[in-house]
Design a binder for this molecule. Structure first.
Ligand code: RIB
Length: 303
């Protein structure tokens, strides 16, 4: 199945720090690096590395060659991407000594995605094909509307929350992939337990497949017929940036290939565990062959 990912592309400026700076405090960074990132780009690379046929669409500036080249090298189709007059989007990322991060994004060219461009891109796709969206580009509510109208399978990762989310008609989304904080906000609950969050989301969006990521507690899949948990694979955490995107890409590649949800979730969990052991977002996403080999090794060891 062809997948269209209409999403952000960022240059990630990554500083590793002992702790995050408080208001009024100046701290030195231990290291600095620039990587390709953006939730859209990361998810496209994860999809491609997992073996899916993925077309990325979105906007970059005239400084965006590195973003295009990195995606193309991973096997992502980039011909629908447009150059805008704005500089490419970027992110300032602080990674602390536990591998956790704080991220500030500047939209740049990602905010130049117009309804007319979305129409042009969607014209290349057919009913039944997949449209993947995150919340880092402009006109996401329009894209959801048009993707559904065209009969595409609409997948939404409402991350980061805020911006246009309130204007998105999530009843038109086939798959919602989100973390617990996002789940709570969309469900309109303060409940801590996953079951309540899932139930409230299901009441609001009865037709939507829900995939809730729970950090160190794993993830949960619920499609109205079955609900199950997927545990994490142990990993030494170096940098969690892009781990959620790796999970999303691997999960959707499995679904697009017709694999059972349990298998797609298991591979997604392993791929994201591998990614947290490495620095950067896009560079940390493992190749499909590596994930398959590691899965086979683990199954042999524990069975
Ligand atoms: O999900 C990680 C990504 O969030 C980073 O690559 C950064 O660009 C921000 O979009």
């Amino acid at each position: 199945m062809k997948i269209l990912n209409l999403g952000s592309m960022n240059i990630d400026r990554v500083y590793s720090v002992e702790h995050y700076a408080q208001a009024g405090e100046t701290i030195p960074a231990k290291t600095y690096g620039e990587f390709c990132g953006g939730k859209g780009l990361n998810q496209s690379i994860a999809l491609a590395r997992a073996g899916a046929e993925v077309f990325h669409a979105g906007c970059v500036g005239d400084d965006g060659d590195i973003l295009l080249d990195t995606m193309a090298a991973a096997g992502v189709r980039t011909e629908l991407i447009r150059e805008s007059g704005e500089p490419s989007g970027h992110a300032v990322i602080h990674v602390d000594h536990e591998g956790q991060n704080k991220i500030t994004i500047f939209g740049g060219a990602n905010s130049d995605v117009t309804p007319a461009y979305i129409d042009e891109v969607l014209a290349h796709f057919s009913p039944g094909e997949m449209l993947l969206l995150q919340n880092e580009i402009s006109n996401v509510p329009y894209a959801i509307e048009k993707g559904r109208e065209q009969g595409m399978k609409v997948v939404f990762n409402p991350s980061p929350m805020g911006g246009d989310i309130g204007r998105c008609d999530l009843r038109k989304v086939d798959y919602l992939i989100l973390n617990e904080v996002e789940g709570r906000q969309l469900a309109g609950t303060d409940a801590e337990d996953t079951q309540t969050i899932l139930e409230k989301l299901r009441q609001k969006y009865p037709q939507t497949v829900l995939v809730l990521t729970l950090g160190s507690r794993g993830s949960c899949y619920a499609d109205g017929k079955e609900t199950f948990y997927q545990g994490i694979f142990p990993a030494k955490t170096v940098d969690t940036t892009g781990a959620g995107d790796t999970f999303t890409g691997y999960f959707l590649a499995g679904i697009a290939a017709g694999r059972p949800p349990r298998e797609a979730m298991e591979y997604a969990a392993l791929a994201s565990a591998i990614s947290v052991g490495r620095h950067g977002a896009a560079p940390s996403i493992p190749d499909g062959s590596e994930v398959r080999l590691e899965m086979a090794r683990l199954k042999e060891e524990y069975m």
